[in-house]
Design a protein around this ligand. Structure first.
Ligand code: CA2
Length: 145
């Protein structure tokens, strides 16, 4: 089983600022954490990060007929991007949304998630563990099915 893990704008700067919200670990540490969990679960993961909305749309389109599922943290585009929502709907792959912080306990503009409308599950406020929960969810629901 192959899972594409997509991260949106500024996630590449994790650990630099706003550590009280996103923790003090780097983006590279996040990738190693996900890779380690994936290995334990016996799945292949591929990573993609971009600061550009259209690139994220291209990555979602490119997942069609190539991977089995998507884990996505669209970062700030979560709250604005109908294009990302439409791309997720178009490829119609099993998709799980992840947010490091609990978007529902933050500013009101973060409460809406467009991408989430195309996702079967959302984990938020769990930090890095949200990504491993997403992997476990996809493995238990879609591995060898
Ligand atoms: O909690 C999350 O995972 C978010 O998707 C993170 C986004 C934010 O816009 C969403 O509302 C919730 C922000 C990504 C990282 O932003 C940084 C800000 C300062 C320093 C480093 C990263």
């Amino acid at each position: 089983m192959k899972i594409l893990v997509i991260n949106g704008p500024n996630i590449n700067l994790l650990g630099l600022r706003e550590k009280h919200i996103y923790g003090d670990e780097s983006y590279e540490a996040l990738l190693s954490y996900i890779e380690k969990t994936a290995k334990k679960l016996g799945v292949d993961v591929e990573f993609y990060q971009s600061n550009h909305e259209g690139d994220l749309v291209d990555a979602i389109q490119g997942a069609y007929n190539r991977v089995d599922a998507i884990i996505i943290n669209p970062a700030a585009y979560t709250h604005t991007s109908v294009a990302i929502l439409d791309a997720l709907k178009a490829v119609s792959l099993p998709t799980v949304e992840v947010h490091l912080s609990d978007i529902h306990q933050r500013e009101e503009f973060r409460h809406i998630s467009y991408a989430g409308m195309a996702c079967e599950k959302t984990y938020c406020g769990l930090g890095f563990a949200g990504y491993s929960e997403a992997l476990k969810y996809l493995v238990s629901n879609y591995m060898d099915k």
